[in-house]
Design a protein around this ligand. Structure first.
Ligand code: NDP
Ligand code: HEM
Length: 501
């Protein structure tokens, strides 16, 4: 006993008995004065924080970004200079499932990275896909509603998903990736990550370049078929956690080759596609990927809650030399994440150790929930406003980014006009071999079970526009899976909410 520390209350007083509550008599009721009992129950009631509204189920680890290439002519970012080594945190996730969802489910995977640079935290909050389902943030809450549970049945609704997708042709590119082999990776190590959005880099001459970030798995791509995944989920719901934690624990550190595509600023006016449209990639032939380094994950968190659940990633976190682009989706995300963190974690969420920058922090934010940094972050108690005469921190014009050139009238521009939603999905479809195409068709047919015929027909018309083989392949798979005949209404049975109507 002597070598064990004495248990205390959270106020530091020694606890005499952690087995028996205080009762009136041996069989009697519990006394309110048993504060330690009340404290334990009250703490238990507060152990959960709100789960992320999307990407609730996740797996994460610490690591390092090592830069070996030289892109110093494009950016002053210290973390991107040749030889730089920057500690970082990664969190991978599925999008739609709740915190307890099974890991091996078909879904897009989040690929969120926080780099603790000398100039503050730089976050790249991407996915394992280079594109997204929508290109205007006004549609993001609607899209997410179709992925989450139906308000009445409390079940996922394939009808809602395909209704939305078939009415939003910009989703075709991402839907094709989601339903292809890469829509169900075996574990986080076996998938690529993409910054997805166009960001910008700027250099010491004040020049801006558009940039896309890619993280290519060095473990090789590995995927499950639907049937394999069902078997895995039948055995373990935590296959990703087991794989990621296990590989790092064994010292087999997963790595990703880091690449950038760079576009000169003026090219954005010239490309056939809008380079700020999140439903499009930049073809490699036009903008070849440049190798710049390697990202390695090499340390498991000691505590999942404090280091992964509490992690706050935000596309708003940029550092000198790296900036945003006009991408409408990115612009909305710059607002949304910090807002989510204030709600989910609290006002001063950046004081949680995993979110703290590993460089000096000086700001004039003050009191409020979670102010654990002691007074103010200016270094002088009299310097609590700015400007001041007490040596408080001041701005640094040396890190001012070059002006962002924009033009045009403020208006609501119809993003479905003049945008080719079929060309890039076609380029992807043409990359697939016969086996991949057949699995794409059968995955789509499986996901369409119970969807009304008019919605299926609307979606098939989009597949036809990508490639006649695409539409026809899905038609054949629908017949095999559900006995569906073209234009017949509906497929097998009805989705729960339709059955209820
Ligand atoms: P490329 O042939 O030069 O590049 C193909 C890219 O597609 C590679 O990054 C490759 O990733 C990826 N890829 C290969 N097979 C698959 C697959 N089965 N599922 C998903 N991605 C795959 O062609 P383009 O640059 O002209 O692009 C053609 C299409 O490839 C695009 O329309 C897009 O759908 C897809 N793609 C393009 C990317 C880009 O940034 N240009 C990025 C990712 C996908 P890897 O090297 O890891 O195999
Ligand atoms: C998580 C909003 C689009 C990737 C989140 C969260 C919100 C959100 C509120 C929860 C954050 C938290 O509680 O910590 C949005 C909005 C979008 C959008 C409003 C569109 C306008 C995207 C896109 C990507 C993406 C396009 C990828 C390219 C992620 C990832 C996470 C996440 C990876 C989980 C981060 C983590 O691991 O903590 N999103 N999102 N999101 N989002 Fe988005």
């Amino acid at each position: 006993m002597a070598d064990k520390p004495t248990m205390t209350t959270s106020a530091g007083a020694p606890v005499s008995d952690n087995q028996n509550s205080v009762t009136a008599g041996e069989r009697g009721p519990v006394l309110l004065q048993d504060y330690q009992l009340i404290e334990k129950l009250a703490h238990q009631n507060r152990e959960r924080i709100p789960e992320r509204v999307v990407h609730a189920k996740g797996w994460g680890a610490h690591g390092v970004l090592k830069i070996t290439g030289d892109i110093s002519k494009y950016t002053i970012a210290k973390a991107l200079q040749p030889g730089a080594e920057t500690p970082m945190l990664a969190r991978f996730s599925t999008v739609a499932g709740e915190a307890g969802a099974a890991d091996a489910e078909r879904d897009v995977r989040g690929f969120a990275l926080k780099f603790y640079t000398e100039d503050g935290n730089w976050d790249l909050v991407g996915n394992n896909t280079p594109v997204f389902f929508v290109r205007d943030a006004l549609k993001f809450p609607d899209f997410i509603h179709t992925q989450k549970r139906h308000p009445r049945t409390n079940l996922r609704s394939p009808t809602a998903m395909w209704d939305f997708w078939s009415l939003s042709p910009e989703s075709l590119h991402q839907v094709t990736i989601l339903m292809s082999d890469r829509g169900l990776p075996v574990a986080p190590m076996y998938m690529n990550g993409y910054g997805s959005h166009t960001y910008s880099l700027w250099n010491d001459k004040g020049e801006r370049f558009w940039v896309k970030f890619h993280f290519k798995t060095m473990q090789g791509h590995k995927h499950y078929t639907n049937a394999e995944a069902e078997e895995v989920v039948g055995k373990t719901r935590e296959s990703y956690q087991e794989a990621l934690f296990g590989t790092i624990e064994r010292g087999e550190f997963p790595k990703w080759k880091v690449q950038v595509q760079i576009m000169p600023e003026a090219d954005a006016e010239k490309t056939e596609y809008n380079p700020f449209d999140l439903t499009k990639v930049w073809p490699h032939a036009d903008y070849p990927p440049i190798d710049i380094g390697v990202m390695e994950l090499n340390r498991n968190p000691d505590n999942y809650f404090t280091e992964i659940e509490n992690a706050a990633f935000s596309p708003s976190n940029i550092v000198p030399g790296i900036s945003y682009s006009p991408d409408k989706m990115l612009q909305a995300r710059i607002f949304s994440y910090a807002d989510a963190h204030r709600y989910r974690l609290g006002t001063h969420y950046e004081t949680i150790p995993v979110n703290q920058p590993k460089c000096p922090v000086h700001h004039y934010h003050r009191d409020g929930e979670m102010n654990t940094f002691g007074g103010i972050k200016t270094g002088n108690p009299d310097a609590f406003y700015e400007p001041n005469s007490f040596g408080g921190p001041v701005e640094s014009p040396s890190v001012k980014e070059p002006p962002l050139r924009i033009s045009g009238d403020a208006d609501r521009y119809n993003h479905r006009i003049g945008n080719d939603d079929y060309g890039q999905p076609r380029a992807l479809f043409n990359l697939f071999d016969e086996g991949e195409k057949n699995r794409l068709f059968s995955n789509i047919a499986a996901a369409m079970g119970g969807v009304p015929g008019e919605i299926i027909e609307r979606q098939l018309a989009h597949f036809d526009k990508v490639h006649p083989d695409y539409g026809n392949g899905v038609r054949k798979a629908l017949k095999e899976a559900h006995g569906y005949e073209a234009n017949a209404v509906p497929v097998t049975g009805k989705t729960p909410q339709h059955a209820a109507e």
